[in-house]
Design a protein around this ligand. Structure first.
Ligand SMILES: NC(=O)c1ccc[n+]([C@@H]2O[C@H](COP(=O)([O-])OP(=O)(O)OC[C@H]3O[C@@H](n4cnc5c(N)ncnc54)[C@H](O)[C@@H]3O)[C@@H](O)[C@H]2O)c1
Length: 272
């Protein structure tokens, strides 16, 4: 029987990464895992000062001062985002991978614009900045961008309409940015990961108190995968994912490539 062969696009070892929303939840898991896999350096951006500083101290104690850097940054503020990228470049003179992971989930109508700004607009801005730095066509050395979406991007449902729409937008944007024509020019893979429900603070009822008093999201989401499962899946995608591909990481299962199914669905939708 022929041995199965998986193309490894990237080894984490000795690479420089930037992770948004890296102070807590899945993002913090990604930061820890990258360092565990011998990344040269991981910079993580977050608004959560206390959690970010605590994680930075933990990682510096474990891996050394040059390995991890917490940068307090509201990614929806373009000036702050640009400064954070500059800080990483000034120090390390290179960037190999970006994980656009930060997001907010709220049903407070006063915060709807913020949800769009953080989940979608800032993901677009960060992707463009990363391409500007890593793109071979811009003088960079190539690299990888992973944009975190959600299973909600693939399901038609009436709950969480704005959040789901931002995640659908992230999916469509990332597929386009990772398409073959774009990749052949930039040599930067752009890949989407759709996460299933995962046991982090984003699902806390306190976020969602006004959502549906009779059936809060906590009771709808009966299966939540562990953060470690989400993180292992994202690392597998980082190593193996083709540019423009879409992966699903859910139910504590191994990450799987959903691109073909999605392409079939899109071809049905395009047949108008
Ligand atoms: N947990 C789930 O069930 C689930 C399911 C599907 C997709 N996702 C996606 O996974 C990703 C990670 O979410 P999580 O579950 O770890 O949530 P989380 O709330 O635990 O972590 C999100 C992090 O982003 C940070 N953040 C929020 N706004 C920011 C801003 N403006 N600038 C910088 N940082 C900011 C938060 O402070 C927090 O540390 C998100 O993109 C989310 O949409 C999560």
């Amino acid at each position: 029987m022929a041995a199965s062969y998986v193309k490894r696009w990237l080894s984490v070892e000795d690479k420089v990464f930037l992770v948004t929303g890296g102070a807590a939840g899945v993002g913090a898991g990604i930061v820890r895992a990258l360092l565990h896999e011998n990344a040269r350096h991981v910079a993580f951006l977050d608004i959560a000062d206390r959690e970010g500083s605590a994680l930075e101290s933990e990682l510096i104690t474990k891996y050394g001062a040059l390995k991890a850097k917490f940068i307090k940054c509201d990614i929806s503020d373009d000036g702050q985002l640009a400064a954070a990228y500059r800080q990483v470049l000034d120090k390390y003179r290179r960037l190999d991978g970006v994980i656009n992971n930060a997001a907010v989930l709220t049903v407070d109508e006063r915060n709807i614009k913020r949800m769009v700004d953080v989940n979608f607009t800032a993901t677009v801005s960060s992707t463009m900045k990363a391409l500007e730095i890593m793109g071979v066509h811009k003088g960079g050395g190539g690299g990888t961008i992973i944009n975190i979406s959600s299973l909600l991007a693939l399901n038609l449902g009436s709950h969480l309409p704005v959040y789901a729409a931002t995640k659908t937008a992230v999916l469509q944007f990332s597929i386009a940015m990772g398409a073959e024509e774009a990749y052949s020019e930039s040599k930067v893979r752009v890949i989407t990961v759709c996460l299933g429900p995962t046991d982090t603070a984003i699902l806390n009822r306190s976020n969602l108190d006004n959502f549906d008093k009779d059936q809060p999201i906590a009771s709808r989401v009966d299966v939540r995968q562990k953060v470690e499962s989400a993180v292992s899946g994202i690392l597998k995608v980082l190593e193996e994912g083709k540019s423009g591909s879409t992966w699903i990481v859910k139910n504590d299962q191994i990450a799987y490539d959903y691109t073909e199914t999605l392409n079939k669905a899109f071809s049905v939708l395009s047949d108008t």
